[in-house]
Design a binder for this molecule. Sequence first.
Ligand code: F6P
Length: 365
Amino acid sequence: MKRIGVLTGGGDCPGLNAVIRAVTKSAIHDHGLEVMGIEDGFLGLIEERVRPLSFADVSNILAQGGTVLGTSNKANPSRYCTGYDHAGNPIFEDVSDRVMESVARFALDALVCIGGDGTMSAAAPFIARGVKVMGVPKTIDNDVMHTELTFGFDTAVGTATEALDRIRTTAASHHRVMLVEMMGRNAGWLTLHAGLAGGADVILIPEIPFDLDAVCEACDHRRAEGKSFTLVAVSEGCMPIGGGVVIDRVVHEAFDAIRLGGVSEVLCEQIAERTRLECRATILGHVQRGGTPSAFDRVLATRFGVRAVDMLMSGQFNRMVTYVDGRLSSVRIEEVADQQRLVPVDDPLVHAARAVGARFCGVGL
Ligand code: F6P
């Protein structure tokens, strides 16, 4: 092993630069490797945009949000949009051969792929073609299978919690029902953690479809008890019992075309109409993905990056680094691809939230 490539794929999150730094520094310093930075995820291999990374290139980026390499959530080589037909529909082609040509051209002995389930799914076919791959799990959604934590999640929970803290004070001043919508796709981890940390009165997550009457009753009940406001933590992927998610847009070229968003605004109208309470909705959006990583995420990202290089050097390929029971471990990339880790309904956090009075407003919860 002489030269490795590193890429960041999918939506960005705080801590990506900490992994790039850890991979580059440990590869050069501990193992005498050369490191090549691949720009914009797999797009860089499709378009031959690959550049050397030195110590200087990764110096001073530990605390920086985003990714110095850039990223893309539309560049799956097996299903890559190469243009549009006359009706405006995307035309997909398999451009995996271009990736294989880049791997050969830049003499990459292995690829470190930092990403979520989409990036692992995009990487998996190259393992079958003989490319050595190491995965590092990222995402604010914390929904990658077989790892209890992804880096970026802790920072996003902090950001969302701070938002809840801020909205709490204005909620109290105006005696309002305040809905705060958080990201997470179809997984409720971010909303559950932030809802608990921010003391939300109602927590709505995709894994527990809600009963609108129960949500309204929770708001009315608090008012009747003399509580002047209600804080509702809303996951972008939550849905009413028997209903569906609210879709913000469809990004046809992407791995995962559906973009969720807007459920809090729908709920805001419905709750106001039924309870006659004054309601407001705030969608936190991409603010949850930006900013400097928390100390925890910097440590986790650094540990993940160093472990990925150590594993490559000890001949353990085609695995993704994981965090289980407080320790680093790993899993075959194929076991992670195309999967999502959801909140179990009997998760201890659901129990803890209910024990301190939060309502999920689902059947039996
Ligand atoms: O997967 C990360 C994430 O931020 C999700 O929580 C969210 O649903 C989605 O990406 C938003 O994607 P985009 O940046 O393409 O709008």
